[in-house]
Write a protein that binds this ligand. Structure first.
Ligand code: ZN
Length: 468
């Protein structure tokens, strides 16, 4: 159980200390390094949790404690998911929430989420993380903003520690209920002082600022329509006192814009600028309706955006202007968003959707396969304000996804294996390595008993939704 930062760090390091691992002979090794090298017959040498050498057979040591021959495989940097609500795995395809836009969808789901328990939170987080890992994801954030019935952020951290995922745990919150003009029911909002106090507690208990950190805390009030301006300001102050990042939802759809104009008499971009919610330590989810002023502001200040194409399509929110954001020099990462609005936590599939949706909005040249993959790796690292993940190069953390190029979905697409990963359906990973530790091997999660987790998850989902 995660009770302190020291224990979290010790646990993360246990299986890998001093051990060496060689991945060799990969048909293609995609580095995302500064030269964007794509190496045929690529090799990668890892010591402990760190990459030591990347290159061809002649450039990389050829013996190690463990050697994996990856003929017929493609190796990429582990994908980085920068927006999720993992507890929502319990509330996929709820009939009343299948067809509404954001506010209607939320209103249908809040009364269910109110009944969540700590056990549900742990199992849902484990389930969501396993699904992500099988789709090539090695680092994920989780925006957890509902805390009924004794739930704590500690529950999510414990799950991440057990399954072995690199984790940015966002201490979300809602404080403005219906009585005060907000959207959520009054029964699930928290007191603002209590929010700030608990956020400070989890930062002090779990946040690891060091290179290679497995756990970081993020200060993350849910959205402008569910917290007060004061909480946004206090949150920014708290985050900057401790040097941790800030995250929230922003400019998601037209109702969100209307709320901002009506309540604050500002566009979302003006609102966050005024609150000092801009900078390298801030990333916002969605920004489907971010205007030209906002794009320039975010580019100038290094503020990031988590693009969530599936969720934006699912809720009919619109098409985020990713091409325009990239051209302006903005940081753009990718997120699957919560499993009640995706309803598939599949990172490599999300890369494909990002490519396709941008083309629907802005033409067939709007995004290339390589740009889409870059958003999901280097872009994600920038969102999370990290320089130790997102590429495969010496001194980077050993976070690696490996796909089998002989999977049915890639048949006939061998001429460009990288593009194949994005344009086609590559299926689940063959291997996933996080912090030097193999967490998926031969297509199976090896850190938890997966059939048991799924069984528990489905039982708890039924209990949550039907009360039986
Ligand atoms: Zn979200």
């Amino acid at each position: 159980m995660a009770t302190s930062l020291a224990e979290v760090k010790a646990h993360a390091a246990l299986p890998t200390v001093g051990q060496t691992l060689l991945l060799k002979n990969a048909d293609l090794l995609v580095t995302m390094d500064k030269d964007r090298r794509e190496i045929k017959k690529g090799c990668l040498f890892i010591k402990g949790n760190t990459i030591v050498a990347v290159g061809t057979e002649n450039e990389v040591p050829q013996t190690a404690d463990r050697v994996i021959d990856l003929k017929g495989h493609i190796v990429i940097p582990g994908l980085i998911n920068t927006h999720h609500h993992m507890y929502q795995s319990l509330t996929r395809v709820i009939p009343d929430a299948q067809n509404g836009e954001l506010f209607k969808w939320l209103t249908a789901l809040y009364p269910i989420w109110e009944k969540l328990t700590p056990e549900m939170m742990k199992i849902a987080t484990k389930t969501a993380m396993a699904e992500l890992m099988l789709s090539g994801c090695t680092t994920s954030s989780d925006h957890q903003y509902v805390y009924p019935n004794g739930i704590k952020l500690d529950d999510s951290i414990e799950a991440a520690q057990e399954i072995g995922m690199r984790f940015h745990a966002c201490r979300g919150s809602m404080s403005v209920g219906r009585k005060q003009g907000g959207l959520p029911p009054d029964s699930i909002v928290e007191n603002e002082n209590a929010i700030l106090k608990d956020t400070q507690r989890v930062i002090e208990q779990f946040h690891d600022a060091s290179r290679g950190a497995m756990i970081r805390i993020v200060v993350a009030p849910c959205s402008p329509f569910s917290v007060s301006e004061q909480l946004m300001r206090d949150s920014a102050k708290l985050a900057r006192t401790y040097g941790v990042s800030l995250h929230t939802h922003l400019a998601e759809n037209v109702s969100d814009i209307e709320y901002s104009q009506k309540t604050f008499n500002k566009t979302p971009a003006q609102y966050v600028e005024d609150l000092e919610w801009v900078g390298h330590d801030v990333w916002h989810a969605h920004c489907v309706k971010l205007d030209d002023y906002g794009i320039k502001l975010f580019a100038r200040t290094g503020t990031g955006v988590a693009h969530c194409p599936c969720s934006n399509m699912r809720l009919g929110s619109g098409i985020a202007p990713i091409r325009q954001m990239l051209d302006a020099g903005m940081h753009v990462g990718l997120g699957v968003d919560g499993s009640a609005s995706n309803d598939s936590a599949d990172m490599i599939a999300e890369v494909r959707q990002a490519l396709l949706l941008q083309r629907v909005g802005f033409g067939p040249e709007a995004l290339t396969a390589r740009e889409a993959l870059e958003i999901a790796t280097l872009g994600g690292a920038k969102n999370l304000n990290r320089d130790d993940i997102g590429s495969l190069a010496p001194d980077m953390m050993a976070d690696i996804a490996v796909f089998n190029l002989n999977n049915i979905g890639l048949a006939g697409a061998q001429h460009d294996p990288l593009a194949a990963l994005v344009f086609c359906n590559p299926g689940k990973v063959a291997y996933n390595i996080i912090n030097g530790r193999i967490v998926v091997e031969n297509g199976k999660v090896v850190t938890v008993d997966m059939p048991l987790v799924i069984e528990q998850h489905n039982r708890l989902a039924q209990q949550l939704v039907t009360g039986s």
